[in-house]
Design a protein around this ligand. Structure first.
Ligand code: ZN
Ligand code: ZN
Ligand code: FE
Length: 752
């Protein structure tokens, strides 16, 4: 091919290619390779029309040297007519039907950080500095494609200096849509808890409250944080009291990696996540003996840590030397709040002041929460930087399908054209505010992807707000069993279509037989499942009360194995947590099956073991039993307890009896916690050995347990073993599983 030969091609790039500096990158590569033509954002992706002698090298470079946050899902090349042009340019976007991955929010980049620290730079100490590599994206976007006029930055007119950068292809801020400076951009303001503006330097006012042990609300990328001094017992006590949040761990933001590492032991994998382009909350091992208040994460040795990810965070840390609690500003586990007036109205009694600004958050998005087990990411909450998450399908769908998810950790998923799109974490449903926010999220999704779903799919549970919402849509409506959906969520992430051996272990979900499931072994494909195993069901004495008080579940397990008289004589932390007449009353309840729903839930079994082993008798939040036990797991004690399987029912009465004996031993907690994890692994191995030909797929909240996941990755490797990494392994992934099912089972499927 001679150098004078001119090739003309048309390229369509799909994936995460908008708002990640992709077009400027294409521009630079075009210049470098002597290419003429143009690049343009279209509703179908980024289109590049290119002509020149080095088209092949140009296209190679495009796929090789991608900007850090960009991701190419498809790169389709077609020959085209020669063009008559001399330059390469970036053209205005074409609006229209959306079918693209949404650009994701990104933490402050090193180049911008350097600029804001430079007294000679015009953005010195500027709280809204950003560039094509960093800053807000999805959270300020009203509708795609991603251009300034369709973001909340449209209210700010660029000054001439900003405009010059925005239009200069050689600038780092060429088409940086949220570009601004102190002359033309958003303004900070400080308000009291009744919403009255306070005169003075907003940052100085916020810092002085934090130093005085007060609580502030601070506007971040996807919502407000509540912040206070993480080393101050009194401040934390006050935050917990005002928020009615007793023991649930709180995330901590550190000023620098160095500071963070004095409080936590982190691995190289964890370090690169913590310092990477997203800066999610990473759950890591806490160092003992630090000056962090014990109220940050009571009774557990893990800690949610993250680094400042907006320029505003950095400006706060410039003036304080202690780490900050940075927890989502919400009421209990409802969606995160995004407007100053919501903070005043709903959290006015919680905060002492509000640091806000006038760049509107269009789409709420919580911080993402992840952990790493054996080098693999486990997504616990998918939010800022990761959501919405798109998975490409092999075939195009003819209609569109909306999956509405479960009830806690709500998220929705949309199937449209060749994509499955999972929303970010919405929050727990069940309150007026949460449910209306859930409906707004669905409206946003419909608008973003310009689609009106013709089919809805929800959980089997009849009273979930999400199920009821789907029913009111007067469209096609299917329901799907919760634990099957957990397995399908993992299959969707890996686009598995074959038969799998699935283990769905979680709190409780509605079973096909009306019982509370949660320790299920399924053989499943994308069309149906067979329940080949489950924990032998046990009674939850008092229903919801048992979920808050593990001692009630443990007691019912004791009743399964001993007579009432024997139970009364037992030396066990469980029986000691009751008065004798309470045990008799509960026994009566157990015999008569009064208010005692049956459950096969692994999460509830963990809770029962937490009671029997003397870890905890009454919970502040769901999953606490497992989290406390996790810190006692010792790799040198991994011997499974005895169990038997009869007709698929897993009987753990041998374990219960063994724990009664062990509970009085020294070191009992380490032994019990370790052997419980080993037992779960042994149960999985038992079924896996019976079905050696099937891939192992797992899902459900129990797998949020770090010790368990590390153990499973170590013993099963990753050849036959599948666990979600990019989408939430808990109920946050249910919508994806529902969607995957509907895509494979609707008659409207396009078979081409
Ligand atoms: Zn930047
Ligand atoms: Zn400006
Ligand atoms: Fe679940």
């Amino acid at each position: 091919m001679g150098s004078s030969y001119n090739q003309s091609v048309s390229i369509l790039v799909q994936g995460i290619v908008q708002g990640v500096g992709f077009r400027p990158f294409v521009y630079r590569e075009a210049k470098r390779h002597g290419i003429v033509g143009y690049v343009i954002n279209t509703p179908d992706g980024v289109r590049i029309e290119a002509q020149g002698a080095h088209c092949t090298a140009f296209m190679d470079a495009l796929q090789k040297n991608l900007p850090e946050r960009a991701r190419i899902d498809s790169f389709v090349i077609a020959k085209r007519e020669p063009m008559d042009c001399r330059e390469f340019e970036i053209r205005e976007s074409i609006e229209g039907e959306g079918n693209i991955a949404i650009p994701l929010d990104t933490a402050l980049c090193p180049a911008c950080q350097e600029e804001m620290d430079d007294p000679h730079n015009r953005r010195y100490r500027y709280p809204f500095i950003n560039c094509t590599d960093c800053g807000p994206r999805y959270t300020i976007l009203q509708i795609p494609p991603y251009d300034r006029v369709r973001t909340s930055m449209k209210n700010f007119t660029m000054c001439s200096a900003c405009e010059a950068e925005y239009t200069d292809p050689a600038s780092r801020r060429y088409h940086a849509e949220p570009i601004s400076c102190p002359q033309c951009g958003p303004q900070l303001k400080f308000l009291d808890n009744r919403g009255k503006a306070i005169a003075g330097d907003p940052i100085e006012l916020a810092v002085s409250l934090l130093k005085a042990g007060k609580i502030i609300a601070l506007k971040g990328l996807g919502g407000f944080h509540l912040m206070c001094n993480a080393t101050d017992d009194a401040a934390l006590g006050e935050l917990r009291r005002r928020k009615h949040r007793k023991g649930k761990p709180l995330a901590v933001m550190f000023s620098t990696l160095e500071q963070l590492e004095t409080y936590a032991e982190i691995t190289d994998d964890e370090r690169s996540l913590i310092t990477g382009a997203v800066k999610p909350i990473v759950i890591v091992k806490a160092k003992a003996g630090s000056n962090l208040s014990p109220q940050v994460a009571p009774l557990i040795d893990r800690l949610g840590v993250f680094l400042p990810y907006t320029p505003l965070h950095r400006l706060i840390f410039e003036r304080i030397d202690f780490p900050l609690i940075a927890t989502s500003a919400n009421v209990s586990d409802e969606p995160i709040l995004i407007r100053t007036d919501e903070i005043v109205n709903r959290l006015g009694t919680v905060v002492d002041g509000i640091l806000s600004h006038d760049r509107t958050i269009v789409n709420a998005l919580d911080d993402s929460v992840v952990q790493i087990a054996q080098g693999k990411v486990v997504m616990l909450r998918m939010g800022r930087g990761f959501a919405p998450h798109t998975i490409a399908l092999p075939n195009s769908l003819s209609g569109s399908i909306l999956a509405v998810g479960a009830h806690q950790k709500s998220a929705v998923a949309l199937g449209v054209k060749q994509n499955m799109i999972l929303s970010g974490h919405i929050g727990d449903l069940g309150s007026v505010e949460a449910d209306s926010y859930f409906e707004r999220s669905i409206q946003t999704f419909k608008r973003f992807y310009d689609s009106e779903p013709s089919l809805y799919i929800s959980d089997l549970h009849p009273t979930y707000s999400s199920t009821r919402y789907a029913l009111t849509q007067k469209r096609g409506h299917d329901t799907l069993q919760h634990h099957y959906a957990h397995i399908l969520a993992c299959m969707a992430e890996f686009t598995l279509n074959e038969k799998v051996l699935g283990f769905a272990y979680d709190g409780t979900g509605y079973g096909d037989d009306g019982n509370l499931w949660g320790g299920e072994v399924l053989i499943a494909d994308t069309h149906s499942y067979e329940r080949i195993g489950c924990l032998k069901p046990f009674a939850l004495l008092g229903g919801d009360k048992a979920i808050k008080e593990p001692r009630r579940i443990a007691l019912s397990l004791l009743f399964e194995s001993y007579t009432l008289e024997e139970v009364m004589e037992l030396k066990s932390p469980t029986t000691e947590a009751f008065l004798p007449h309470e045990i008799r009353t509960l026994h009566h309840m157990w015999v008569k099956k009064l208010n005692s729903p049956m459950s096969s839930s692994m999460g509830r079994l963990f809770d029962a073991v937490a009671s029997l082993g003397g870890f905890i008798q009454s919970l502040d939040y769901e999953g606490q039993g497992g989290m406390i036990m996790e810190s006692f797991v010792d790799e040198s004690m991994m011997e499974p307890f005895e169990f038997s399987v009869l007709n698929g029912e897993i009987d753990l009465s041998g374990m219960v009896k063994h724990i009664i004996v062990l509970a009085s031993a020294t070191d009992s907690k380490r032994i019990i916690a370790s052997r419980l994890i080993a037992t779960v692994e042994a149960i999985i191995r038992f079924f896996a050995t019976m079905h050696p030909e099937l891939p192992i797929v797992i899902g459900g909240g129990v797998f949020q347990n770090h010790a368990l996941m590390s153990r499973l990755y170590r013993s099963f490797g990753s050849s036959r073993f599948y666990a979600q990494r990019q989408t939430p392994i808990n109920d946050g992934g249910i919508a994806l599983g529902q969607l995957y099912y509907e895509i494979h089972n609707t008659k409207e499927k396009n078979e081409r």
